[in-house]
Ligand binder design. Structure first.
Ligand code: AMP
Ligand code: MG
Length: 286
C-alpha cells in the first residue's frame, strides 16, 4: 500500500488553551503507514535532514533548540534519543537525564538545575525527563504540597517564554503508550540479558499510580502547551511510528526557522589567490 504523507505537527500538536484527554488518543495509531518497512525510508530521510539542520544551527550560532522528552517508564525516551537524535553531531548537542534531585539540587528552586542545562546559541539540548517532573512525580507522590506544585504551571510557562524570547526554539514530546504496552516492554527487558540492567522494582510499583500520572500529564500538557513551546502527544506503542512522527516534526520545525550559513569572515578570493593555488602549484612542482 502506498503511504500517505501526513503532517504530524498538525496532527499531534496540542493547541494552546485546549484540554488533552489522553484516553481519547490511540497509542496504536500509525498514520499513513502499514508497518515499519514502509515507514523506515521516510524516517531515514528525516534523520539525515535533521543532521544537516543541526549542522546549520551550529554554524549559524544564533539560535538553539531544546527538545523535551517525557513519558511513562519504557515509553521510548531513550529510543528516540538513539534512533532519531543519534544522528546529530555530538559537537553541538547535549543530552541531559533528569533523575531524582540531589541534596544540592533540592536546596535550590526546581528550575535551577534545568536552567543550567539549557542550550547555548548554536546548540541542541535534549532533556530526558525535565522540569515537568516537578508537576508529575512530585504531584503524584505528594513530594511538595498542592499549593506549591499548582503554581508551577505559570512559572514553567514564564520560564519557557523567557528562553524562547532569547532565541531557544522549544519542542516538547509526550510519548504516549498504554499500560499493556509498558508491561510487554518490561517483559522484553526481563528476557533480554543486555537490557536487564534497566529494570527496577520501582518501575512495577509505579504502575499502581498509572491513572494519577495520566491525570498529572493531562494537566501539565494542557496548561503548558503554548505557541512558543508546544507539546506534542505522540502515539508511541509502535516504535517506528514514534520515530517517524518525532523526526518529521523536528525537521519541519527547524526548516521553518530559515537558518542561514553565516557569510565567511575572511576574504576567500584573496586566500585562494594567496595560498590555495600556490600550494597546488607547489605540489605539482614536487
Ligand atoms: P529514569 O528516567 O527511569 O532513569 O528515572 C529517573 C527517575 O527520577 C524517575 O523515577 C523520575 O520520576 C525521577 N525524577 C526525575 N525528576 C525528579 C524530580 N524533580 N523529583 C523527583 N523525582 C524525579
Ligand atoms: Mg525508570
Amino acid at each position: 500500500m502506498k503511504a500517505v504523507l501526513v503532517n504530524y505537527d498538525k496532527e499531534f500538536r496540542v493547541e494552546e488553551g485546549s484540554k488533552v484527554k489522553l484516553d481519547e488518543i490511540d497509542p496504536e495509531y500509525r498514520g499513513g503507514h502499514e508497518d515499519k518497512d514502509s515507514a523506515q525510508p521516510e524516517v531515514d530521510k528525516y534523520v539525515e535532514r535533521l543532521r544537516q539542520l543541526q549542522y546549520l544551527m551550529y554554524a549559524e550560532n544564533k539560535r538553539s533548540l531544546l527538545i523535551v522528552l517525557q513519558g511513562m517508564d519504557a515509553a521510548g525516551k531513550d529510543g528516540v534519543i538513539s534512533h532519531v537524535l543519534g544522528a546529530m553531531n555530538p559537537q553541538g548537542c547535549c543530552v541531559y537525564g533528569f533523575k531524582t534531585p540531589s541534596v544540592e539540587e533540592l536546596a535550590h528552586d526546581y528550575l535551577w538545575r534545568v536552567h543550567q542545562a539549557t542550550p547555548r546559541k548554536g546548540y541542541v539540548a535534549v532533556f530526558n525527563r525535565s522540569h515537568y517532573e516537578d508537576v508529575l512525580v512530585v504531584r503524584v507522590h505528594k513530594l511538595v504540597p498542592k499549593e506549591v506544585w499548582s503554581g508551577r504551571y505559570d512559572e514553567i510557562n514564564a520560564f519557557e517564554r523567557e528562553l524562547s524570547n532569547e532565541g531557544t526554539h522549544i519542542l516538547k514530546f509526550y510519548l504516549h503508550i498504554d499500560k499493556d504496552e509498558q508491561l510487554a516492554r518490561f517483559k522484553d527487558r526481563l528476557d533480554d540479558s543486555v537490557r536487564n540492567w534497566k529494570i527496577s522494582e520501582s518501575d512495577y510499583a509505579e504502575r499502581e499510580y498509572w491513572s494519577q500520572y495520566q491525570e498529572a500529564y493531562e494537566e501539565a500538557i494542557s496548561k503548558c502547551s503554548t505557541t512558543y513551546a508546544p507539546w506534542y502527544v505522540i502515539p508511541a506503542n509502535r516504535k517506528w511510528f514514534r520515530n517517524l512522527a518525532v523526526s518529521q516534526i523536528l525537521v519541519n520545525s527547524l526548516e521553518s526557522l530559515n537558518m542561514k550559513f553565516p557569510p565567511p569572515t575572511a576574504n576567500l578570493a584573496e586566500i585562494r589567490r594567496k595560498y590555495s593555488t600556490d600550494l597546488r602549484e607547489e605540489k605539482k612542482e614536487n
